[in-house]
Design a protein around this ligand. Structure first.
Ligand code: COA
Ligand code: AMP
Length: 631
């Protein structure tokens, strides 16, 4: 039996013993006596009777252990032409002072704090400061518009919001503060105060009595210590796209999160204290939470906070330059980023310009990694290229190739094998397990392992209906796929209205809600169609009300602007077709799947239940006119 099989087998045979052993890596103020509390199943709580503080584990204990002078964060920002290093001792100072700012204004254990920030070290300082005082942070990705932020403010009801004057996207300075002001004016819940980081590129106007200047407040704050929290107390809420415009607030409990992330740093990514780990993602996504902030810092690594793009800042060699400059051991990014690099540098000539001898492996996640992209990276980097599959909900990999345990053979197109704690079953519609090579819904037998979502914020019933009802006793991942004879998984498609655009998870249902609010739109559909760079791109199809008195082109343009204004630029909603009717079944269900197949050029059949085949013929011609999949 291989080492992986042995470890995985142990996690299945006695999960509590397995995770109790892993929990020894955490410094608990009260160690756990009970590992799993299943008394309220299907709501499970790991390490509920223990106490610890995540910030202590990620910062203080490394300083106490003599790592104070080691870099904790390297901020590499080609867009501002700067590189900054923050040691663990400096990080402790920044975090405990910012925690002091919050605590002095009444933020404490269990209170929510929203963080809306660009890729600057202060974003991590903000997360850790909340963790330090037991407050629950909710980071909102900077590419979301004011309305999306307002929805999250209403749901999380934060006492404070931490933000910055601007972000920088390539060569453009994006003002964040007006979006924050607009969001606060739209939301019913109002925060007591905000703390704003003024960046030199753009000064934000401040509202007296509500907005505090970050630098000034921190300068005169009293540093505060760590507040122990329960193992099953929330560390953060991270909103993610579901079927509707109302995002799901994924809750992360403090104890299991630390245990799971520490396990992955060693066993999956094969890094240890002192190594440099770089997740080229954004703090607003789960990858940013787990592997820009918490995972590397919990493990005493140095984390790279990169403020730039894979191409254009300034060239497709940026990633390789960062690896050489900071001696990065592991790079974690989304396949889209590699596709962007490959498009500009197909021969990989920039790769040869840099010394990548310190790079141990490249990990990919966030969307399907196409075999071409994996092959390109393997050929030019000559390093293991490891696809792994996970979700905001799980917080860490469900399936991967665990380099720290055993490097398994790579099968392009597969994120490899289940990780410990995940008992994966592929089920048919009736809930029966299917055999190897057969497509089905990918599910995980309950309970999920530590670090995964225990519920949704203020929405236990939605948690059950979204994830647990379809297959009793199992967590439904929302992904369809199969497992081969060797136990390798293949992730094929989402089973819901979630699409993945450039590694960003978006809801087509949410976009439809925005379009439906346009006064001239009678009905609409948004589908995700193949895009050579971004994996998927949204396509809108809208039918107008009788009497709409502007041109179709004008209305299509307004629709594009509306989605950008309401959801944000991250939606990348650029194409909208005005059509006379949408193809439907006789019972009125829009045939979205058929339209996706048409757009992607995959085989499709005229559905037997279709109401009016002529409508589908017209749509088919219109979609063909777009020339998708686009380059
Ligand atoms: N703040 C404000 N705006 C943002 C933003 C942020 N944090 N992130 C993205 N945007 C904006 C972009 O500027 C762009 O706006 P535009 O329509 O005005 O050009 C829009 O949102 C779409 O962004 P993106 O999808 O990132 O596309 P891009 O064209 O800027 O870059 C890639 C293309 C492929 C280089 C880029 O998508 C990329 O690096 N993707 C990797 C994604 C990733 O790491 N995902 C994490 C999942 S693990
Ligand atoms: P997010 O919650 O933003 O991390 O998105 C999670 C979704 O992205 C998953 O449910 C999958 O649909 C998709 N995804 C993430 N990683 C992979 C992968 N390695 N292969 C295929 N799809 C992936």
């Amino acid at each position: 039996m291989g080492k992986y099989s042995e470890v995985y087998g142990a996690s299945q045979a006695d999960p509590e013993a397995f995770w109790a052993e892993a929990a020894k890596e955490v410094s608990w103020s009260v160690p756990p006596t009970k590992v799993l509390d299943d008394s309220a199943a299907p709501f499970y709580r790991w390490f509920a009777d223990a106490e610890a503080n995540t910030c202590y584990n990620a910062v203080d204990r490394h300083v106490e252990a003599g790592r104070g002078d080691q870099p904790a964060i390297i901020h590499d920002s080609p867009v501002t032409d700067s590189k900054t290093t923050i040691t663990y001792a400096e990080l402790l100072e920044h975090v405990s002072r910012l925690a002091g700012v919050l605590a002095a204004r009444g933020v404490g254990k269990g209170d929510r704090v929203i963080i809306y920030m660009p890729m600057v070290p202060e974003a991590l300082v903000a997360m850790l400061a909340c963790a330090r005082i037991g407050a629950i942070h909710s980071v909102v990705f900077g590419g979301f518009a004011a309305h999306e932020l307002a929805v999250r403010i209403n749901d999380a009801a934060p006492k404070a919001i931490l933000s910055a004057s601007c972000g920088i996207e390539g060569s453009r300075v994006i003002a964040y503060k007006p979006l924050l002001d607009e969001a606060i004016s739209q939301s019913e819940h109002k925060p007591n105060f905000t703390v704003i980081l003024q960046r030199p590129q753009l000064e934000a106007s401040m509202e007296a009595g509500r907005d505090l200047d970050w630098a000034d407040s921190v300068a005169c704050a009293e540093p505060v210590g760590c507040t122990p929290v329960g193992g099953a107390d929330p560390l953060y809420i991270l909103y993610t796209s579901g079927t509707t415009g109302q995002p799901k607030g994924v809750v992360r409990h403090a104890g299991g999160h630390m245990v799971a992330l520490l396990w992955t740093m060693k066993n999956l990514y094969n890094v240890e204290a002192g190594d440099v780990f770089w997740a080229a993602s954004d703090v607003g996504w789960v990858v940013g939470h787990s592997y820009i902030c918490y995972g590397p810092l919990l493990a005493g690594c140095t984390t790279v906070v990169f403020e730039g793009k894979p191409v254009g800042t300034p060239d497709p060699g940026t990633f390789w330059r960062v690896i050489e400059d900071h001696d990065v051991k592991v790079l974690f990014t989304a396949p889209t980023a590699l596709r962007a690099i490959k498009r500009e540098d197909p021969e990989g000539s920039y790769i040869g310009k840099y010394d990548l001898s310190g790079l141990q492996a490249l990990f990919l996640a966030g969307e399907r990694a196409d075999p071409d992209t994996i092959a390109w990276a393997q050929t030019h980097l000559e390093k293991p290229v490891i696809d792994h599959w996970w979700q905001t909900e799980t917080g860490w990999a469900i399936a991967a190739n665990p380099l720290g345990i055993e490097e398994l053979p790579v099968k392009p197109g597969s994120p490899a094998v289940p990780m410990p704690g995940y008992s994966i079953e592929i089920l048919d519609d009736a809930g029966h397990p299917v055999g190897p090579g057969t497509l089905g819904a990918i599910t995980v037998k309950l309970p999920l392992p530590p670090g995964t979502l225990p519920t949704l914020w203020n929405a236990d019933a939605r948690y059950e209906s979204s994830y647990l009802h379809a297959f009793p006793g199992y967590y439904e991942t929302g992904d369809a796929g199969m497992m081969d004879e060797d136990g390798y998984l293949y992730i094929m498609a989402r089973t819901d209205d979630v699409i993945n655009v450039a590694g960003h998870r978006l809801s087509t249902g949410g976009m439809e809600e925005v379009l439906a609010a346009h006064p001239d739109i009678a009905e609409c559909a948004v589908i995700g169609i193949g895009d050579k760079l971004k994996g998927q791109a949204p396509l809108g199809l809208v039918c107008l009300n009788a009497g709409a008195d502007r041109t179709e082109a004008d209305i299509a343009k307004e629709c594009v602007a509306l989605v950008r204004q309401e959801i944000g630029p991250v939606a990348a909603f650029k194409t909208c077709l005005v059509v006379n009717g949408l193809p439907k079944t006789r019972s009125g269900k829009i045939l979205r799947g058929t339209m996706v197949s048409i757009a992607n050029g995959t085989p499709w059949k005229m559905p037997a239940t279709i109401d009016d085949p002529a409508i589908l013929d017209v749509i088919s011609d219109r979609i063909a006119g777009l020339g998708h999949p686009v380059d």
